[in-house]
Design a protein around this ligand. Structure first.
Ligand code: IPE
Ligand code: IPE
Ligand code: MG
Length: 229
């Protein structure tokens, strides 16, 4: 691995659930459910590969525009994940953070997320940063408004970054988007300045340890220059 290529922070856009389900002649929610199994596999893989930060894009500020039935279904699946799977993940030493405006989520989900963040604050094996009701533009505008309301007229990069959801986290080294789309869809637009990108064709429900292994291999051969030589 090149010396600049320590993979500390992996971010994943978990895309392709719907298409995966449609291919199987199943409703889209079937794909979202299968996506939870992928997420559990991915967390285990990150623990195995000693990755310190995993950010996952679970629901965007634009995803509210989907049919109400799908939005409700996704929220229910998120609730089920919290009820059935989170404790096992926590027991593995995972610290949970959230990124996005969770106050707009259904009450139960919001409360559970608050609790889990507090309960896991001393865990240190892996940080699982869940982007939910997250949009990078909303995040940037929120940061600007926080600074303005503190009376500031001008700010440094450091001061600006302190108002982002990712305050205290390193920038993502590698961003993977499942399902073959080559775009960010409003994900971590500020933090991705020097991120590497990897776009495997695999839909999120088929994502597994092998795909991550391949991504790490590809990443390790990239030459990150950060503007230098
Ligand atoms: C990603 O899968 C999950 C969410 C956006 C919540 P999609 O639901 O976007 O699946 P495709 O892209 O339509 O296949
Ligand atoms: C991005 O995927 C959001 C998540 C994976 C949560 P979308 O499926 O919403 O993005 P577009 O619509 O293809 O750009
Ligand atoms: Mg999609």
């Amino acid at each position: 691995m090149n010396k600049n290529n320590k993979l500390e922070h992996l971010a994943i856009i978990m895309d392709g659930n719907g298409r995966w389900a449609i291919k199987r002649k199943k409703p889209r929610l079937f794909g979202h459910k299968a996506g939870i199994e992928s997420l559990k596999r991915t967390i285990d893989a990150c623990l195995d590969f000693n990755i310190k930060y995993l950010t996952i894009f679970a629901f965007s500020t634009e995803n509210w525009s989907r049919p109400q039935e799908e939005v409700n279904g996704i929220m229910n699946i998120a609730n089920q994940f919290c009820d059935n799977d989170l404790q096992t993940i926590i027991n593995k030493g995972v610290k949970v953070l959230t990124m996005g405006d969770i106050s707009r989520l259904p009450d139960k989900l919001e409360q559970t997320l608050y609790k889990v963040v507090d309960k896991t604050k001393n865990n240190s094996k892996l940080v699982l940063n869940i982007a939910i009701n997250y949009g990078a533009r909303a995040e940037i505008i929120r940061a600007v408004n926080n600074l303005l309301s503190s009376g500031i007229k001008e700010c440094t990069e450091k001061e600006f970054e302190s108002q982002l959801y990712t305050s205290g986290l390193p920038d993502p080294d590698l961003i993977i988007r499942a399902s073959g789309e080559n775009r960010l869809s409003n994900f971590m637009l500020y933090q991705c300045a020097y991120s590497e990108f990897y776009f495997p064709k695999v839909h999120w429900p088929d994502f597994n340890k092998k795909v991550i292994q391949k991504a790490i291999k590809v990443y390790s051969k990239r030459h990150r220059r950060f503007g230098g030589l």
